[in-house]
Design a protein around this ligand. Structure first.
Ligand code: EPS
Length: 393
């Protein structure tokens, strides 16, 4: 179990989201302003619903920071839901005497049915409020804090859209995508032509009352060799990353590096040749390729960590699917209020947060430290031990 952990709370249309982050070292420079850009990026992307015009997510620091630096005490954040004001009685905390309209028309694909059965509810709102991907705003705030920590060690985490519906970005070979182009694209895809086609696909889906899924990819650079471990199943970093990315709402698949495609290549073309020291570029133990996605035996190998998430299409459809009423058992059409048409661009930002959280956890597990200088000292001492064993002082 890692030293760094966090808990979120909050309903989609409640007062707001809260997060408590425990286990950060003291002395890490951190401001509310630093978290703004990731929160803004999560709200964007072509295909989002009108909800994002209501919200302007801002994470207020309630505890754990003094004079711009972490204290080593729990960090507490609060993100207000602006929309809450429009949901006063429906989401009121105090007992409510009047009649509130219940949600009983089950949406196939959402947590509605299973959640109502599990918790014994006769109003699906009690499930959908927490099952909503609104919760990812809190995760992105934690992800930004972890990104701040990783930056201190030269680790950067980016993401881009690989596909939306049946439109694919042209495959990037070994190099990193052009991250500036990604951030400028309305669908967070580096290729201008593919971006255009993705936007069109979203428009077509919207007109048809439909939704679209896709694939998003996270790439973490500057990750040192040796995070995670081969010695026990629950310490394998690829497994931890897969769980973290799979936990993002609507994700149905996760791949590391070459992933499923590696199954159809012979072994001679599935692995990454180790280069001799003359060919290293300042970082030890470089490879000719990175099909392993930076992970071998559940341990980082020094190459960029590459994780992809597969997002199913959002289950709330403006042209709803046939369904059944939770109370009467009657055949009806599923519930619809409003919904995103596509959230793949936003999912990439959430994916970055989850990858940053897992990497920060494993960095702290390996290097420890109650204050940042201690973590840094341990990190630097370890880096000196890398390199061919016979050539060390
Ligand atoms: C979200 C807010 C929600 C949804 C979305 C994520 O807003 P509302 O329910 O008020 O329209 O747009 O949630 C879902 C995709 C879902 O299936 O619940 C957000 O802030 O990201």
């Amino acid at each position: 179990m890692s030293e760094l952990r966090f808990l979120t709370a909050g309903e989609s249309h409640g007062k707001g989201l809260t997060v408590t982050v425990e286990g950060l070292p003291a002395g890490l420079p951190l401001t509310e302003e630093y978290m703004e850009s990731d929160l803004r990026r999560r709200q964007g992307g072509y295909g989002r619903s009108k909800r994002q015009q209501i919200e302007q997510d801002h994470a207020e620091i309630i505890a754990g920071v003094r004079h711009g630096r972490t204290l080593g005490s729990p960090l507490a954040l609060f993100i207000r839901n602006r929309d809450w004001e429009n949901w006063g009685e429906v989401m009121q905390v105090e007992p409510f005497e009047g009649e509130v309209k219940r949600v009983t028309r089950l949406r196939p694909g959402h947590a509605d049915l299973a959640g109502a059965m599990k918790y014994g509810f006769d109003d699906v709102r009690n499930v959908l409020e927490r099952a909503s991907a609104r919760e990812t705003a809190a995760r992105v705030a934690v992800g930004a804090v972890c990104r701040r920590l990783l930056e201190e060690f030269g680790v950067a985490v980016h993401s881009h859209t690989v596909s939306i519906g049946d439109v694919f970005a042209s495959p990037t070979s070994r190099g990193e995508p052009d991250w500036e182009a990604v951030e400028k694209s309305p669908v967070r895809c580096a290729g201008a032509k593919a971006s255009e086609r993705m936007v069109k696909a979203i428009d077509t889906a919207r007109e048809a009352g439909d939704t679209l899924g896709g694939v998003f990819e996270m790439r973490a650079t500057g990750v040192p060799i040796g995070l995670g471990s081969h010695v026990m199943w629950d310490r394998k970093l690829d497994g931890l990353l897969a769980q973290a990315v799979m936990s993002i709402h609507a994700v149905k698949g996760v791949e590391i590096g070459g992933g499923f495609a590696l199954t159809s290549t012979p072994g001679s073309q599935a692995h990454d040749v180790i280069l001799p020291p003359e060919k290293w570029d300042g970082r030890p133990w470089r490879r000719a390729t990175n099909r392993a996605g930076g992970l071998e035996g559940g341990i980082t190998n020094g190459e960029p960590v590459v994780v992809r998430g597969a997002l199913k299409p959002i289950s709330t459809l403006s042209k709803p699917l046939p369904s059944v009423d939770l109370i009467t058992g009657e055949e009806i059409q599923a519930h619809y209020e409003r919904s995103d048409v596509c959230t793949v661009p936003a999912a990439g930002v959430v994916g970055e947060a989850m990858v940053a959280i897992v990497l920060a956890q494993s960095m702290l597990e390996k290097f420890g430290g109650d204050r940042l200088e201690e973590t840094r000292r341990n990190y630097e001492a370890y880096i000196k031990t890398l390199g061919p064993r016979g050539r060390q002082e």
